[in-house]
Design a protein around this ligand. Structure first.
Ligand code: CA
Ligand code: CA
Length: 364
């Protein structure tokens, strides 16, 4: 009997050696701790933008470094941890953040420590001048005992979870933007994107999926879209304290009306012409004179009596269907170039900030 007991003791010792031998394992240089008894474990961690629900990790350890909390130096954040058996008394929660990113959780890096029952929560203060960048947070639950960040002990209930932390400067910019319009119906419309970022960025990089241009470093760029679809917009902003980016997925909806530019046709161009001083101011009583009319090549010159602001054209065919348009420019002359239109009669509505004319055009 004694011999059997001895054997059992030896077997147990071997098994425990096996179990604890694994504790020398590391994860990115960080110690991995394991717990021998698992009947209570961490089920939820909430911290900054992390809200992670979980079961029991293998051997009481979970690598959740795919979850990253973004925090600002000098600010305070609430942490809240739940366990499977929340109602037990003496549930101990400890949290460390490796502020100096040396892969060690020093005593001074324990940022939270509480024993109790129910959801265990409190405040984590981020030091004012702590290192900016990515590091690791360890959340440890044990029953009745406070073990160190790497400490293992047999027969102690517990679980350990690791997360990533990104410490950022509170004055780094935050990328925000909007647009003059998010629905585009013509390949001649321009969308004006407006930077609304916080904390005064000093440089910008925009990426416009499906846009012309597709990239811009202007603060408030003008962009055109020529193909129907749903397009994302990304803005990366930067200042001396860091950078930030945001992508609005499917932000711009483009639905180019098919009759403006039938598939395969060259887009109909309306060309703005600088005022040459040749406007026929005394030639006609009308607001606008069109020459030649009829035209054999679809090109018409519009001459206004005086400099006009916000000149817009809309061209309709004889069935009343809009076939071309252009918005907003100023001057006394403009060339309307409609080389793709079939011979026939067209109606052009010409509006300016103080006038509206309807002109019949003929293409021969
Ligand atoms: Ca867990
Ligand atoms: Ca450290």
């Amino acid at each position: 009997m004694k011999r059997i007991l001895n054997l059992l003791t030896i077997t147990f010792a071997l098994l425990s050696q096996l179990f604890f031998a694994q504790e020398s394992q590391t994860n990115e240089g960080y110690c991995i701790v394991k717990s021998a008894r698992f009947n209570n474990y961490i089920t939820n961690v909430q911290f900054a933008n992390i809200n992670n629900y979980s079961d029991l990790g293998t051997n009481g350890y979970s690598d959740f470094t795919e979850h990253k909390a973004n925090i600002d130096s000098g600010k305070q954040y609430t942490i809240k941890v739940d366990t499977k058996w929340n109602h037990w008394s003496y549930n101990s929660i400890q949290v460390w953040i490796d502020w100096n990113a040396d892969a060690n959780f020093d005593d001074s890096e324990r940022v939270f420590n509480k024993i109790g029952s129910g959801s265990i929560s409190g405040i984590v203060s981020v030091p004012e001048n702590t290192r900016i960048g990515v590091t690791r947070m360890r959340v440890r639950y044990n029953y009745y005992e406070e073990l160190g960040p790497c400490e293992s002990k047999r027969n102690v209930r517990g679980e350990t979870e690791d997360y990533l932390i990104e410490v950022e400067h509170p004055k780094r910019p935050r990328s925000i933007f909007d647009a003059s319009s998010t629905h585009v119906y013509s390949n001649r419309e321009f969308v004006r994107f407006a930077d609304r970022s916080m904390n005064n960025p000093t440089s910008w990089r925009w990426e416009f999926e499906g846009g012309i241009p597709s990239v811009s470093t202007d603060q408030n760029p003008l962009v055109r879209y020529v193909q129907s679809g749903s397009y994302s917009v990304k803005l990366i902003v930067e200042n001396e304290y860091g950078s930030n980016e945001i992508t609005y997925v499917g932000y711009i909806k483009v639905n180019i009306r098919a009759h403006v530019n039938p598939p395969g046709s060259t887009p109909t161009a309306i060309t703005e012409v600088t005022d040459t001083g040749m406007g026929r101011k005394s030639a006609a009583a009308q607001n606008v004179v069109v020459t030649p009319n009829p035209s054999t090549n679809g090109i018409f010159t519009f001459a206004f009596k005086e400099v006009k602001e916000n000149i817009s054209f809309k061209v309709f065919n004889d069935s009343g269907l809009e076939v071309s348009s252009l918005n907003s420019f100023s001057g006394t002359r403009a060339i309307l170039s409609l080389p793709n239109l079939q011979p026939g009669l067209y109606t052009v509505q010409v509006t300016t900030s103080n006038s509206a004319d309807t002109v019949r055009l003929a293409i021969q």
